[in-house]
Ligand binder design. Sequence first.
Ligand code: SF4
Ligand code: SF4
Length: 295
Amino acid sequence: MNSIRYFNITWASKYDGPGNRVVVFLQGCNLSCSWCHSPHSQVASSPLLFFPNLCTQCERCAVVCKQGVHHFANGIHSVVHALCVKCGSCIDACPVSSVHKAGALYLPTREVEVTQLFRELEPQLKLLQNNGGITFSGGEPLLQSKALAELARLCKANGYHVAIETSGVVDTLNLEPLLPYVDCWLVGFRLLQGYSNGIVPAMEVVVRRFLETVRHAGGSSIIARIPIIPNVTDSMEYLEQVRLLTKEFYIDTIELLPHNPESNHYYRALGLTPLVTYNKEQSEAAYQNANRIFT
Ligand code: SF4
Ligand code: SF4
């Protein structure tokens, strides 16, 4: 069985490649960027997400959970994520949760056979075929390159435009099975993960090898998608080095991605503190500055 793990599907997006697109977000990532807006995608299978704003405090989850994950005191429902074994019993018992879509409790990761997923996607792909296609994002989709290559092959063979969004910080062994089936690469230039304002040389080496391999194979376009995160990726020196790299590889479609205001949402659902707090003024100033550099 050739199965693939994903945590979300967006059925019509204008922001993830040319035209209007189905976007499949694959589970698992090899990086842990401090500004990641889907931290639940980083591990192989997502932990339990808890959205307290949707909870009615009926306490049914605490009754069915054998692991003692759910606690109620002083009007607060607290969740001990580390104890959860992802059995899903609390989701079945919860009146405002479902295994199919996010509610108060949610285990978003789904593992499905590639041909079955293609059958589920195809009706929408047919609708978008003349002005769009399919984009595989993540997480890091190239970590599942064998299954993804089979899914991309099915899409391509049926006439759908295929794009992949990747960090490019992956071994070329993961990239090569995909090369015949991809029309467009959305490369999320992230040449650091933490708080340094300089490029991490080891990451640049891997991204450079990635870009060389894609350019050498030919037949596909590249769009650079550059995250602009205040105090992390917004220094003049960093952005100038990124700009030179895009120029070296003849990438003339560049999208600057401002810090996502929703980025803290999933940290809280995981019981974690966000690593980088969103600040509207700083985010807009960093974006305007980066825009000047790349214009
Ligand atoms: S998924 Fe299972 S172990 Fe985890 S909190 Fe729910 S009932 Fe408990
Ligand atoms: S079962 Fe659902 S609504 Fe009830 S307390 Fe648990 S999470 Fe909240």
